[in-house]
Design a protein around this ligand. Sequence first.
Ligand SMILES: Cc1ncc(COP(=O)(O)O)c(C=O)c1O
Length: 407
Amino acid sequence: MSSLVSNLKLEGVLSSPSTRKDVPAEACQDKSIFIAEDRLAVRQTAWDSPGQAAYDFRSDYVTSPNGAMLSSIINTSLLDDVMKEDPTTNSFQDFMARLTGHEDSLLVMSGTMGNQVALRTALPAPPYSILCDSRSHILGMEAGGPATLCGALLEGVFPCNGHHLTIEDVKKHATLREDVYDCPTRIISLENTLSGTIMPLEDIRVISSWARSQNPPIHMHLDGARLWEAVAAGAGSLKAYTSCFDSVSLCFTKGLGAPIGSIVIGSSSFIKRARWMRKLLGGGIRAAGIVSAPARVAVEHVFLGGHLRASQDSAKQLSKLWLSLGGKLQYPTETNMIWLDLDAAGIDKERFADLAQNAGVKTMRGRLQGRLIIHYQICDHALHVLADLFVSLLAGNGGSIAKNNEG
Ligand SMILES: Cc1ncc(COP(=O)(O)O)c(C=O)c1O
């Protein structure tokens, strides 16, 4: 093993964890693999720095896996997870179940797979419907998965308070009758955060206890791709949120920087059935340790290590600047997402993206334009570039921004 590793090192595939600026050296689990460093010419690799992610505001899924994650991959066990034999993956699933206060959990490949596995697992035989926010990812951005995979009717509801679903919305739109004309609500699927906004714990608790009191009880699912952000913002603990749900999907690639992976949380019997659904969707993989090991680093170092809050503070400062210049926001900035209202500012969306690009930062084009996400790898210089762009645009001289991110 060590000769393989030193060969990799010589070829520049591995690098020292100590060369990373944003990950403490002690975060790397086994420094012994980085041998004979003084004799080796260390070449920078993609694992050594956030790279382009430092200037990329398109999403928090652009976060780059780091050296500690690479180290965890080198040190992982490589046994078969379809046969449940991989200790790294088993221990990670136990860890996630404990962290969220549920009985069990199941590693999946993506947030979409997590939601779809959970929804398919929760549904018995049609007819059935899933009640969700009309802006939710499962409705608009999962390629019609619930219709294709579950044959479910999606009842998308726009919240009457304009921010998040409440019990009033749910009671008004849930189908409780079992008349032959009806398509009964079997799942309430919530999303938190949704477009970066936080669904308050108290509202979730009320919906959850109502859903669970129905006969039959309505399954509560959470698309918690970014639940980390709500927790980091101090809106409630992870367990307080997850206890309101029968299944939760959490992503390790959004904001936490893992290369691959999400997880589904639930009861033992739920996860047993979810394992079948994951298998039939092609998500049963063999040496799953290469996914679960860096995912654990992501949770421990980025989420539990407290790296998310600073990005939220930056997002709030930038939003404040935009508002102080007379700009408007599509949604309030409650976590790490800023939603500029470019239409209200009379700024063409493509032009905004072009100006940002000329200034040296990336912003979303096409769908989701005007959304900026601050993640933990965004550097201070990128924040300044964005702030300058705001000033320049709202002061009426857009286009004069210098390409100045070389400094
Ligand atoms: C709220 C939410 N749920 C689920 C997903 C799907 O995750 P993935 O891209 O890993 O499939 C995303 C992706 O951005 C998301 O924003």
